[in-house]
Design a protein around this ligand. Structure first.
Ligand SMILES: [Zn+2]
Length: 204
């Protein structure tokens, strides 16, 4: 959800026009400051992160958390995953070292392969489209927060037998602590919070 990032920046910019604590003003300024501020921002990464966490919670952006939506209609399934980039690659600034570029590329590769989730084999679902992306590769400057997205389309030969979603992603991405899963399977809906030790969702 790119809106949540945008809303976050807009709110920060709005606060800047009111009388606010110096820290918040500094954050808002950092969000729109051009390139010459980069080094300064990086030096203050930790402090900066704490400021960001104090902002009002908007949408899904919580470090360590992700949201996953599964929708099955007839044979067609759509999966939408969104997480704070911090939860996936461990940072939220524009990658600036070879290692950080590698981290981002590796994460996108993992999510494009789709092996981070499995459905019970009976349903015979096949991945048709996988599309992973992140704000990290698009940001012109360090804007404080960035998200990671992955969207999928699957075709299920026996959708009536779909009963279970498993999330081995917790083994692949250690910084990810929780995924809130919402599902709609042919009109029936449910929700579950998953973690490393509780990574199976019953879909019926
Ligand atoms: Zn963040």
């Amino acid at each position: 959800m790119k809106l949540s990032l945008l809303a976050c920046i807009l709110i920060a910019a709005g606060l800047n026009t009111a009388v606010v604590a110096a820290q918040q003003a500094e954050h808002a300024q950092a969000a729109v400051e051009p390139e010459h501020q980069h080094d300064h921002n990086y030096q203050h990464d930790h402090e900066h992160d704490r400021d960001d966490d104090d902002m009002p919670t908007l949408g899904a952006h919580v470090h360590g958390h992700a949201v996953l939506t599964l929708i099955l209609e007839g044979n067609e399934m759509q999966l939408a995953f969104q997480a704070a980039a911090q939860s996936i690659v461990g940072f939220e600034h524009k990658p600036n070292t070879a290692e950080q570029h590698q981290e981002v590329a590796a994460a996108i590769a993992v999510f494009n392969q789709g092996g981070w989730f499995t459905l019970n084999a009976d349903a015979n679902c096949e991945l048709v489209v996988a599309e992973a992306s992140t704000d990290l590769t698009e940001m012109q400057a360090n804007k404080g927060h960035a998200d990671f997205y992955a969207n999928y389309q699957l075709l299920c030969q026996r959708p009536a037998r779909l009963t279970e979603l498993q999330l081995p992603v917790f083994n692949l991405v250690p910084a990810l602590e929780k995924i809130d899963v919402q599902w709609i399977v042919n009109g029936q809906q449910g929700a579950a919070r998953t973690t490393l030790t509780n990574s199976t969702v019953r879909l019926r």
